[in-house]
Every structure is written in structure tokens, then in C-alpha cells.
Design a protein around this ligand. Structure first.
Ligand code: NAD
Ligand code: UDP
Length: 313
């Protein structure tokens, strides 16, 4: 297949580029490097079946030749980034998705949207099945990301219904691993960096919020299986192992052999406003329809991640 990956120089995108090349496909990686990095794909540049296109998806996208699939990952998914860049976030989720879908239609390519568990907002149903419509504050600081992804899902379904486009929607839950940016602001890179520097781990508020963390190799396998399936309705992809943030902090301190302590801090209100209190995927649909479930334990995944951060620090 000849596949376009938008956001391909980012954390998840770069692993996906690698997976597809290893499986014999041709990959065009499109990115404007706003949060991604050329270093993430440096080892792929120069390969015969890989090319990089520096482009902002909020502008129309033109590609020569046929395309079999588009995996649309371009986005600003870290809360620190989207709170600092609210309009860019809304534009990439709306205009960017419109352009990626328009290209998919022109090329008659399969289209996969990288959506998010944030479409469930601060959920009132636990764990979250795909049938749950969510509890999102459209005007809060997180609304720019959540609503851009909800709009992206609506637009994707509209292209499917109006034009018969082959579309897929992955609702990705917290994913971590090598190539996350050190200063990305999300909890795993923050805690691992702090632990390796023997600095206090900044647990926000009382640390009782929960998340469920999926290792990147599991996630990209799920994305690829979903693309190849015939499942038009959204599919949750994530690891159902749920834990509190303070438990995660303790685990990272132990696994990295750090002397760090835990600091309970109260960041700027915009950082924790509408911060989901709990989050855990119901992955029945992925298990049944894709035969997929995570294989990497949190311990294994964190060890790989810590080893990567040790190298780059
Ligand atoms: P990331 O920031 O590493 O990757 C996003 C990529 O998109 C970056 O390379 C960035 O430069 C690129 N990008 C942003 N705006 C662009 C634009 N206008 N034009 C072209 N490229 C642009 O983040 P990630 O964690 O790898 O996320 C990848 C996708 O997965 C995103 O769509 C995100 O919403 C989704 N997702 C990720 C998680 C997670 O926990 N990592 C959870 C849910 C959903
Ligand atoms: N968090 C924290 N300390 C940090 C960064 C994040 O306690 O240094 C918390 C944050 O408040 C949230 C959880 O960790 O409850 C996950 O945050 P992240 O930014 O990774 O992503 P989210 O799941 O909120 O999109």
C-alpha cells in the first residue's frame, strides 16, 4: 500500500511509519514539525519507500500519484500545548481533518482518524464504551481539543455517509513510550524526566485522578488492524489497566531507582480545569472485532520509556 501519515514525525506517528515500512508499505510522512521532530524519523529518511513532506494540514494537501490509505494523526494532543495554542488546535482538528478527508475522497483512499478518549470528557460512565456520548465542557480550556476531535469524528462520519468513503475512527486512550517529547507536559514524560533528575514528581492536586496507560507498540498494532477492518463505528484503543496518578508516580520512582519524592502541587487552574477524574477504556469492541488487546505490561513499557529518556536527557 502507499500510505500517507499526517503527524508522522510525532510520537505515535513515527512508530507507525516504522511499522508500515517494516511490513513492506510505502510511507509518506506529512508533518509541520510543530510538536513532532525530524529526529523521530531521521533513521527512516533515505529509505527507498519513505518520504517526508513538510506541510501544514490546515492548508489544502496535494499529493502526486495514488494513495491507498491516510492515517490522520496531525494534532496538538498534549494539554500543555493545546492550552497554549488553542486556535491552532481547533484549526488542525477542523480544517486539517477536512483537508485530509478531501484528499482521501480524491484518491479513493481509506481514511483513519486518530480520535481520543477526550471525546468522553470527564466521564459519567465508567469504564467508557464507544456507545457513551461523553461529558465535555465546550467552553473550558480543554474544549479546544475535545471539540476539535468531536468535530473530526462528525466530519469523518459525514464523508462516509455522503460520499461512501471507507472511514475508521480510533478513540485512543493515554499512550506512552519512547519519542515522547521531554517537555511535552504530559504525565509520563514529566514524571520520568523528574525521576531521572532526582527532582520531585509533580502530582497535581491529591493525585487521585485515574488514567489507563497503553504502550505505543500495542497502540500502533491496534491502529493498523482497525484500518484493515471494515469497522466504521469508533473503536476504543487503550490498555484497561487503570491506576491513580500517585500510583503511577510511585511506580516510576521505583522502576527508575530514583531518589525523588512526590510533591503534591496545584498548577495554574487552566491546567486542571475539567481534568477527567477517571478514565478507563472498555475494549470489548477492539477485542471482538479486531482480535486486539494490549500485550505489553505497564512495568515493561515504563522500563523501555525510562531507558529512552535516560539516553536523551
Ligand atoms: P505528537 O504531538 O507527538 O504528534 C502530533 C504530530 O502532529 C506532531 O508531529 C506535530 O508536529 C503534527 N502536527 C500538529 N499540527 C500539525 C499541522 N497543522 N500540520 C501538520 N502536522 C501537524 O502527539 P501524539 O501523542 O503522537 O499524538 C498523535 C495522535 O494521536 C494525535 O492525533 C492525538 O490526538 C492522538 N492521541 C494521542 C494520545 C496519546 O496519549 N499519545 C491519546 C489520544 C489521542
Ligand atoms: N498530571 C500530574 N502531574 C503532571 C502532569 C500531569 O499529576 O506533571 C496529571 C493530570 O492532572 C492528569 C493526568 O496526570 O490528571 C494525565 O495528564 P496528561 O497531561 O498526561 O494527559 P490527559 O490524560 O489529562 O490528557
Amino acid at each position: 500500500m502507499r500510505v500517507l501519515i499526517t503527524g508522522g514525525a510525532g510520537f505515535i506517528g513515527s512508530h507507525l511509519c516504522e511499522l508500515l515500512l517494516a511490513r513492506g508499505h510505502t510511507v509518506i510522512c506529512l508533518d509541520n514539525l510543530i510538536t513532532g521532530s525530524r529526529a523521530n524519523i531521521a533513521h527512516l529518511e533515505g529509505q527507498e519507500h519513505f518520504s517526508l513532506m513538510l506541510h501544514d494540514v490546515t492548508n489544502p494537501i496535494y499529493i502526486d500519484g495514488p494513495l491507498d490509505a491516510i492515517l490522520h494523526l496531525a494534532s496538538l494532543p498534549s494539554p500543555v500545548d493545546y492550552i497554549q495554542m488553542p486556535i491552532k488546535t481547533l484549526k488542525v482538528g477542523s480544517l486539517g481533518t477536512l483537508h485530509a478527508l478531501g484528499l482521501a475522497r480524491a484518491k479513493e483512499a481509506r481514511f483513519l482518524l486518530a480520535s481520543t478518549s477526550e471525546v468522553y470528557g470527564d466521564p459519567l460512565v465508567h469504564p467508557q464504551p464507544e456507545s457513551y456520548w461523553g461529558n465535555v465542557n465546550p467552553i473550558g480550556p480543554r474544549g479546544v481539543y475535545d471539540e476539535s476531535k468531536r468535530f473530526g469524528e462528525a466530519l469523518t462520519m459525514a464523508y462516509h455517509r455522503a460520499h461512501g468513503l471507507q472511514t475508521r475512527i480510533a478513540r485512543i486512550f493515554n499512550t506512552y513510550g519512547p519519542r515522547m517529547r521531554l517537555d511535552d507536559g504530559r504525565v509520563v514524560p514529566n514524571f520520568v524526566r523528574q525521576a531521572l533528575l532526582d527532582e520531585p514528581l509533580t502530582v497535581y492536586d491529591d493525585g487521585s485522578r485515574t488514567r489507563s496507560f497503553c504502550y505505543v507498540s500495542d497502540l500502533i498494532e491496534g491502529l493498523w488492524r482497525l484500518l484493515l477492518s471494515d469497522q466504521v463505528e469508533p473503536v476504543n484503543l487503550g490498555n484497561p489497566q487503570e491506576m491513580t496518578i500517585v500510583e503511577l508516580a510511585r511506580m516510576i520512582i521505583a522502576l527508575s531507582g530514583s531518589r525523588s519524592e512526590i510533591a503534591f502541587v496545584h498548577p495554574d487552574a487552566s491546567r486542571t480545569a475539567d481534568d477527567p477524574r477517571t478514565r478507563q477504556p472498555d475494549i470489548t469492541r477492539a477485542r471482538t472485532l479486531l482480535g486486539w488487546e494490549p500485550a505489553v505490561s505497564l512495568e515493561q513499557g515504563l522500563e523501555e520509556t525510562i531507558a529512552y529518556f535516560r539516553q536523551v536527557l
